[in-house]
Design a protein around this ligand. Structure first.
Ligand code: ADP
Ligand code: ZN
Length: 526
């Protein structure tokens, strides 16, 4: 058979040509490969479809030893192994779905020293038997795929990833390359800290997907909105995301009665049903998958023309990843998010009721609030979304709903100043509800305890409803003037953004959300 290390001494570029058949590296791939070739640790942040696998597959081949790839997803591992084998690479996967015979065949492969690349799930890797077997092998590198799973900030936290902190003890001197499509700063810092690689090179590619048009609309008549959005995609592949299993079934059935090929997909299906649905989806036929988030990582159909959310995702990261499943082929594709106050209240409620540890709840809460803030954005949506990932677009995208149809707004400068002043005067540590109570002069126990009825801001927002103030607060969060912090999600000013507003140096246009404001905005326009 083929000997391991047969590519040692061959250039990365040459392996890219001869093994993978690609003419050139994409820009970030070159840098990632170079770092790993030099034995340095790297963190690669690239959107889904950006080409992360090449970043570790090439150096795994060009360096002496076996490449070890840690992945949380069995289906993804099997896919990768199959495609590597097709191009003549000796790859195998070790995970919990192998039967005893299959597992011992892989173990024999490892011991034989012939494997070019081994994919392994974290729990399998960290079993004493596997560690011992691997310790006797030379490793070319360790790749940690879906590295955001290590972060408790992440929307896909996997406790077993935490144990990967011990990798350098087990495999000293082996370069590590962590890869993820989740790019916000907190996750990034958390990955570096949790893996113990503070000096890793951090390579970030743009998350801008110019072929995706981003639209978010208040939920009205849901089914009518869905049908209208799908009309243009009659014979195409689409994904509709819903918050619950029952809803996926109901919506899929409703779409079928309208003549669409539609299938529900959720974690409650049998393994066989899931596989059948995936096969149909991958076959290329026109099909609408109505799914919960269980329909997730590892979907690789390039021509998905629309991703529609009937319920609000729990975080901008999850949202970005889900809409990112549209238009992988680079052709124009639509995304639509339907949001409603009910959704938001329900999401907040479930979060409060959740039995998750407080640290996790805090994280989930701040992500949820960022997601809510996104829906409130009156300016370019693409810009707002990329902003969540620390990226700045030089100019508005020109094709999101807010760019195409400027939003009805009202002059909210006074309201914004009142709100920000109240946050400031109460010491920047209270949540939205308390701030609103102070603004509206509502006597509560907390007001009493803190003597907040003595403040100059007490009752200055009496003339407006709680709903109005909630909308103002969400929009101030959206524009970055306020953020939530700490155990109790206290509102805190962002001085650079809030100061000009407080000083009256900046006019604040707010989205007209409440009926009263909408009516005013319309009558002003006429
Ligand atoms: P990710 O893991 O970032 O989602 P993949 O590694 O699966 O992305 O790659 C996405 C697609 O891009 C694959 O179809 C892959 O074959 C292709 N690809 C990756 N690198 C290159 C390259 N340098 N040139 C051409 N195609 C590439
Ligand atoms: Zn835009």
């Amino acid at each position: 058979g083929l000997k391991r290390d047969r590519f040692v001494g061959t250039s990365a570029q040459e392996v890219l040509h001869s093994v993978f058949g690609y003419p050139d590296f994409r820009s970030l791939q070159t840098q990632a490969v170079e770092h790993v070739m030099h034995g340095q640790d790297v963190l690669v942040l690239m959107p889904t479809g950006g080409g992360k696998s090449i970043c570790y597959q090439i150096p795994a081949l060009c360096r002496a030893g076996m490449g070890l790839v840690i992945s949380p997803l069995i289906a993804l591992m099997d896919d990768q192994v199959a495609s590597l084998r097709q191009v003549g690479i000796n790859a195998a996967a070790l995970h919990s779905e192998l039967d005893a015979d299959e597992a011992s065949a892989v173990q024999a492969d490892i011991t034989s020293g012939r494997l070019d690349i081994l994919y392994v799930s974290p729990e399998r890797l960290l079993s004493p038997a596997t560690l011992e077997r691997l310790a006797r092998q030379k490793l070319s590198l360790i790749a940690i795929d879906e590295a955001h799973c290590i972060s408790a900030w992440g929307h896909e936290f996997r406790p077993e990833y935490r144990a990967l902190a011990a990798l350098p003890q087990h495999f000293p001197g082996v370069p590590r390359i962590a890869l993820t499509a989740t790019a916000d700063q907190r996750t990034r810092d958390d990955i570096l800290a949790a893996l113990g690689m503070p000096h890793a090179a951090v390579l970030v590619s743009s998350f801008h997907r110019p072929n995706l048009s981003v639209t978010a609309l208040p939920k009205g008549s849901e089914t009518a909105q869905l049908l209208a959005a799908l009309e243009k995609h009659r014979n195409e592949a689409c994904i509709v995301y819903c918050g619950s299993r029952a809803r996926t079934e109901r919506i899929a059935a409703a779409l079928r009665t309208k003549g669409y090929a539609a299938l529900a997909y959720h974690a409650g299906l049998s393994a066989l049903e899931k596989r059948a649905a995936l096969l149909r989806f991958r076959s290329g036929e026109p099909l609408i998958i109505v799914a919960t988030i269980a329909f997730g990582m590892g979907i690789d159909r390039p021509d998905v023309r629309a991703v529609i959310h009937l319920d609000m995702p729990a975080s901008p990261e999850a949202y970005y990843q889900q809409i990112g499943r549209a238009g992988r082929d680079g052709l124009p594709s639509d995304t639509l998010l339907l949001y409603g106050g009910d959704d938001m209240a329900r999401a907040r409620h479930w979060l409060e009721m959740s039995t998750a540890p407080d640290t996790e709840k805090r994280i989930m809460r701040s992500r949820l609030e960022a997601m809510i803030a996104f829906t409130e954005t009156t300016s370019c949506r693409t810009t707002a979304l990329l902003h969540c990932f620390g990226e700045t677009l030089p100019e508005p995208c020109g094709h999101c709903d807010n760019c195409l149809h400027p939003v009805l707004t009202f002059d909210g400068t006074q309201a914004a100043r009142k709100f920000l002043s109240t946050v400031y005067r109460t010491g920047q540590r209270y949540g939205v509800l308390h701030i609103i109570n102070v603004l509206r002069g509502k006597q509560t126990e907390a007001v009493d305890r803190n003597n907040h009825e003595k403040l100059s801001v007490w009752g200055i927002g009496k003339d407006k409803t709680e709903l109005f103030w909630r909308s103002v607060s969400r929009q101030l969060i959206a524009r970055g003037a306020l953020k939530t912090e700490g155990q109790y999600s206290g509102l805190v000013l962002h001085p650079d953004v809030a100061r000009p507003i407080l000083r009256g140096e900046e006019t604040v246009h707010l989205r007209a959300d409440t009926t009263a404001e909408l009516e005013k905005a319309i009558s002003n326009r006429n």
